[in-house]
Design a binder for this molecule. Structure first.
Ligand code: C2E
Ligand code: CA
Ligand code: CA
Length: 651
């Protein structure tokens, strides 16, 4: 009971309207409301204090002839100078930026000052009314009425302060009027009480309305800065926090770190379980991330599956690393999505300010670069930004710019690497392998520029160019020779590729089954939802499809059932080691046996020695490809090779 009472009194004196029956708020919001109340009062303060000082002066003049003149003078001097002092203080404190939060203690002080001022004016009627001339009595009454109305207006958003200020004046007025004994004065006293009641009612009504408005405004501001799904701060809030951190950096040199976090498995979850489950996954992730941080740090959700944290007041980079490690560890337990256990994972890039930049675009760009290196390093990696990253990124950017005009500049060309049918000893076709002759950097291998083309979308025009070029070659070669073209996962997103293929085949007048598309397993399960649809369309066109680099990816045998591949290509890493490592030999043998069983052709990649070829012949592999049979070669070399095909046959 006592604690309830004391908390009620504390609320009352903190200006909290919950004490007067308004719905309660949390302390943060209450502090924000107090800030608005105080700033409003401070806004009026200077004017009102000036009025106080003038009124004190007026009173001193009115009482000049009264027997109490000496006391009146002392009173007026004290109140007038105190009012001026307060007024000036209020004016300077208003010049400082408006605070977002005001403590209860500040509010107590305000209420106490209101009470002190009210008491000073409450003394006036009690001390001076009886002995004053009737003119001075009129002045006292007017002044008291004016101070009541003005004070109630000034404190209209804080009822407790309004009460603290007006109550002594009411009491003083009532006492002095009552003392007179005259029934007219008694009537005036009753009237004053009625006025007071009306005034306070007005104050309450206004303050409740004020509070409602502040809460609504606060809510609206919060929604703008909050991510609806996870309830975390959103990109807007994050950008503002970053600006504040940069401000503190320039003002007081306070260093900070920005952590950028990207989910490794989000797209997979989304595709496997659908969007609602993806949302549920994000909510669970948000909760775990929040648990890793201190109360003052807020993880923000700044993209679909991207989160960020600003760590302020950073003393050592290790602290940023520690929190990043906590984030990564938070993903060690699987998530429960649609009653399935799903493994999560996150990669994190870290930048330090001012070391890695002191503007928000720089920091964000560098955080992105650090994050992409972390993602490349593997799931669950954490990378700090390094200046070398920036150089590598610039390099890639420059290469991308050059690649943009590589087709027009005729810098791209294809080399062709033969497939040999072991049984017949015949060249059955070629794999088209892309090359880029850079005007300054020389020959650039596809392993360098294909990823850049994929990221930038340049792979689409390049891929189409490869198809057209391959079809032109097919038209020049004998009918029984096929050509295999490598496909990137992103190309499956481009529906236009189908039209290009049809057009190229028709223009070159070659049978569709001579064109083979090589894809890797990762493309089938990958992020690109339309892969199976495009794949089926290719098969419908009559193209053949080979599964490239078999054994290096997920090697899920279900795909062999689902997609009618015409060929499996055993990855070169198995061929290289099969004669020295029994497990590789076992894999090669079983893949060949499996392919035979499923009636799918099988090609061994990367055959470099005669021993390897002999071994593959014994295990009845259909076709081989590799430096032993032929390196990737130019179109003219191919023509002469095909001319010699009969001799190859004999060999
Ligand atoms: P891939 O499809 O696995 O191509 C086989 C790679 O192994 C080629 O490298 C080839 O030159 C190399 N190779 C062939 N025989 C041997 C051998 O006996 N020993 C060794 N050590 N290596 C051998 P390359 O031409 O550098 O191509 C690398 C990768 O670039 C290709 O791997 C393919 O994924 C990609 N690529 C090439 N051309 C294209 C293209 O037009 N489009 C797309 N999307 N990717 C391409
Ligand atoms: Ca290939
Ligand atoms: Ca391959």
């Amino acid at each position: 009971m006592r604690s309830y009472l004391s908390s009620y009194v504390a609320k009352l004196f903190a200006g909290d309207l919950a004490a007067f029956g308004a719905p309660p708020t949390d302390e943060a919001l209450a502090g924000h409301i107090r800030a608005e109340q105080v700033s409003l009062v401070l806004g009026y303060s200077f004017g009102i204090m000036l009025a106080n000082a003038c009124n004190a002066l007026v009173l001193a003049i009115a009482l000049w002839q009264s027997p109490d003149w000496a006391f009146a003078l002392v009173w007026a001097a004290a109140v007038g100078s105190a009012a001026l002092l307060f007024g000036l203080q209020a004016r300077t404190s208003r010049r400082i930026a408006k605070p977002q939060f005001v403590s209860r203690r500040t509010m107590y002080r305000l209420v106490r000052n209101a009470l002190a001022l009210g008491t000073a004016w409450g003394i006036v009627p009690v001390a001076f009314f009886a002995n004053a001339s009737s003119g001075a009595q009129l002045v006292i009454t007017c002044l008291c009425a004016g101070m009541l109305a003005g004070g109630a207006f000034a404190f209209s958003t804080i009822p407790i302060a309004a009460i603290a200020y007006t109550a002594p004046i009411f009491v003083g007025t009532a006492i002095c009027l009552g003392q007179e004994g005259d029934y007219v004065y008694l009537l005036v006293a009753v009237l004053v009480v009625v006025y007071g009641a009306v005034l306070l009612r007005g104050v309450f009504a206004y303050s409740f309305e004020f509070r409602r408005r502040i809460i609504a405004q606060h809510d609206a501001e919060r929604t703008v800065r909050q991510d609806m799904l996870t309830r975390l701060p959103n990109r807007i809030a994050f950008n503002e926090a970053l600006d504040r951190a940069l401000n503190r950096l320039s003002r007081s040199g306070e260093e900070f770190a920005v952590l950028l976090l990207d989910l490794d498995r989000f797209k997979e979850v989304n595709e496997r379980f659908g969007h609602p489950a993806g949302d549920e996954f994000l909510v669970q992730v948000a909760a775990r991330l929040q648990r890793c941080t201190r109360a003052s740090e807020h993880v923000a959700r700044i993209g679909r599956d991207e989160f960020a944290l600003i760590m302020s007041n950073l003393t050592r980079p290790e602290d940023a690393l520690a929190i990043a490690e906590r984030f990564v560890a938070a993903f060690s337990d699987p998530f429960l999505i649609e009653r399935c256990e799903v493994a999560g994972g996150a990669s994190i890039g870290i930048v330090l300010a001012p070391r890695d930049g002191n503007t928000s675009p720089d920091l964000l760009k560098h955080a992105d670069i650090a994050l992409s290196r972390a993602k490349k390093t593997g799931p669950g990696s954490i990378c700090f930004f390094e200046a070398d990253d920036d150089k590598a990124a610039r390099d890639r950017r420059a290469l991308q710019r050059d690649l943009e005009r590589a087709i027009e500049a005729d810098e791209l060309f294809l080399l062709y690497q033969p497939f040999l049918d072991i049984q017949q000893g015949r060249i059955t076709g070629f794999e088209a392998l892309l090359r880029w002759q850079h005007p300054e950097r020389g020959l650039i291998p596809p392993t360098v520029f294909i990823p850049i083309a994929e990221e930038s979308g340049l792979i689409h025009p390049i891929g189409e160019w490869v198809i057209r070029r391959a079809c032109t070659m097919l038209a020049r070669w004998p009918d029984q020779v096929r050509i295999a073209v490598n496909f990137s996962a992103v190309q499956f997103q481009n529906v236009g590729i189908l039209q290009t293929i049809v057009q190229a085949l028709t223009e070159a007048r070659v049978a569709p089954d001579r064109l083979e598309i090589e894809i890797t397993e990762s493309m089938l399960i990958s992020k690109y939802g339309s892969a199976p649809a495009t794949l089926n369309a290719l098969l419908d066109l009559g193209l053949t499809v080979a599964l490239d680099d078999f054994g290096t990816g997920f090697s899920s045998l279900t795909y062999l059932r689902k997609v009618p591949f015409s060929r499996i290509k055993i990855d070169q890493s198995f061929i290289r080691d099969m004669l020295s490592q029994p497990d590789c030999a076992a894999i090669v043998k079983s893949v060949i046996a499996l392919a035979k069983e499923l009636e799918i052709g099988v090609v061994a990649e990367g055959v470099e020695t005669v021993d390897q070829l002999d071994y593959l012949r014994q295990t009845s592999c259909d076709e081989v490809q590799g430096y032993l049979i032929g390196r990737p070669m130019s179109a003219s070399e191919i023509s002469s090779m095909l001319g010699r095909n009969s001799s190859v046959h004999a060999a």
